[in-house]
Design a protein around this ligand. Structure first.
Ligand code: THU
Length: 140
C-alpha cells in the first residue's frame, strides 16, 4: 500500500504523459514517459531516446536518473511510467535496478496491478551494500 494520495499519483502520471510526448522513438514507435517524485518534493521526468544502433537506446528511466543526479541528487519516493495511450507500464528489469540505486526497497512504483514497493518487484536486489561487504573482508 502507498502512503501517497491519489492526487499525487495522478499528478505524477500527468507529468509522465507530458514527457512521453517528447520521446524519440523512430524505430519502435513505442514512446515512453516516466516521472518520479523526489524526497524534497521535486517531480522529475524522462522519455526514451532510441538510436540507429538499437542496443544503445536509453529507456525513459535513464532520463529520470540523469535529471536526478544533474539536479543535485536526492532519493526517489514514487515512480510511474506510461506508454503512448497514457497507460501505466512495468519498468524493464534493467531500469528496476537503475531505480533501486536511488530509491531503495521503499520506492513506490505504480504498476498496472497497482502500487508496489521496489522490494516486491526487485526482491533481494543487488546494491552497494554487496560491494561494501566485500570491501570489509578484502585485505591486500
Ligand atoms: N522502454 C522504456 O523507455 N522503459 C522501459 O522500462 C521499457 C522500455 C522503451 C525502450 C524502447 O525505446 C521502447 O520502450 C520499446 O522497447
Amino acid at each position: 500500500m502507498s502512503d501517497l494520495t491519489e492526487n499525487v499519483w495522478n499528478n505524477l502520471r500527468e507529468h509522465a504523459i507530458e514527457a512521453m510526448h517528447r520521446a524519440y522513438c523512430p524505430y519502435s514507435h513505442y514512446p515512453v514517459g516516466a516521472a518520479a517524485l523526489v524526497d524534497d518534493g521535486r517531480i522529475i521526468t524522462g522519455c526514451n531516446v532510441e538510436n540507429a544502433a538499437y542496443g544503445v537506446t536509453l529507456c525513459a528511466e535513464c532520463g529520470v536518473i540523469s535529471t536526478l543526479i544533474n539536479g543535485g541528487g536526492g532519493r526517489l519516493r514514487a515512480f510511474v511510467c506510461v506508454n503512448k495511450n497514457g497507460d501505466v507500464l512495468v519498468p524493464c528489469g534493467r531500469c528496476r535496478q537503475l531505480l533501486y540505486e536511488h530509491g531503495g526497497n521503499e520506492l513506490q512504483l505504480h504498476l498496472p496491478s497497482g502500487i508496489h514497493a521496489m522490494s516486491e518487484v526487485l526482491p533481494e536486489a543487488f546494491g552497494r551494500h554487496d560491494l561494501e561487504e566485500i570491501k570489509e573482508t578484502f585485505h591486500d
